[in-house]
Design a protein around this ligand. Sequence first.
Ligand code: AMP
Length: 419
Amino acid sequence: MKFRSIKGTKDILPDESGTWQAVERTIRDVMHVFNYKEIRTPVFEETALFARGIGELTDIVGKEMYTFDDRGGTSLTLKPEMTASVIRAYIQHQLGEQQPLTKVYYIAPMFRQERPQAGRLRQFHQFGAEAIGGQQPAIDAEIVALCVEVYRQLEIDNVELRINSVGCETCRPVYKEKLKKFLRPRLDDLSEESKRRFDQNPLRILDSKDEDDRALTKGAPLLIDHLCEICGAHFNGVMRALKSLGIAFEIDGRIVRGLDYYTKTAFELIGKELGSQDALVGGGRYDLLVKELGGKQTPAVGFAAGIERLLMVLGKQKKRVGAVVRPTVFIVAADNSSRDHALREAAVLRRAGVSCEIDLLERSLKSQMREADRQRAENVIVLGEREIQSNEVAVKNMQTGEERRIALSQLIDFFTKPR
Ligand code: AMP
């Protein structure tokens, strides 16, 4: 029998994990600088949490969730996104009681049963942040700045920040009627998907990817032009804050986050080289979600970013992050009787924090040298009878070819002290 990874999932192989670690380190550093603390929640939750928190009418809940009954008959779902989970934890552990503004971030795998294609996986990874407990525009701006900073630090260019406002319970229903009035005469010509959305979620028709839909909705009224006073003032506040932070953005009236719990700010970061799956980040304000999930009315804002897509952009821009992981020193045993000595020297160096490799496969001197080369060890030491007798070895720098004679007792210093 031949086993293969499940369609839409990917192995991160040893030669790739260095890049992942470097990207994750950058994310953690930026989060730390902005004073966001990490939150980790379980991989699965009760299905009802997502049905409630993401919305029954969304694609995710409607057709993409990995849902199963456990042996006790409880319906569980692998996390398709993180916000509902974070808010569940926020309410459950009363995080809001400890501080008025809770700032958290995450890096975690997500699961959606989508049709696999470039940029769309069934298990993928997101990083993101949520700021829970404030409605001030400066918080929206901080969330945007935080996410933009990760891409800036990784020197990713050709990205575009697009922002919009999706209003609130006051202005959105009034606007929805205006939009429906505009769409009704065009309804027969819209795509099947958009027809279905007409009654339940007409705003989503505006961000349809279908070319004909796009042509038909040209000139449609946009919510951004019909915001109530409060939402209008909030949007102006966010734009003002972004300007003073020096963050460039475009207003895009067609960005919708789709759900009723989303309010006011919606934004996306687009990778211009990514083709049809070009969204690197989706984010926005969701002032109604905490209450919807059983907590007190608490305004919040956050974003989620796909790590595989970030890596795709890094690849397209031919940027390397993360050093190749290689041993500082490879100790080659000159003959079989020196193997124990090599093992002991390696143990001493490793205990001192020096990355060190030895041959465990009892290979010949020649093939040990080849292995040291293959692993791109920075230095090689050949240890034999003579070296053991004299307590001195030759350390060969593999890049320069230079050899230095070093006493065994000085080896740790040689590798750990700056020269
Ligand atoms: P969403 O939670 O759908 O707003 O997605 C946020 C970000 O996660 C997107 O902008 C993508 O970068 C990434 N993403 C979403 N779905 C997938 C997927 N199926 N495969 C890979 N990345 C995804």
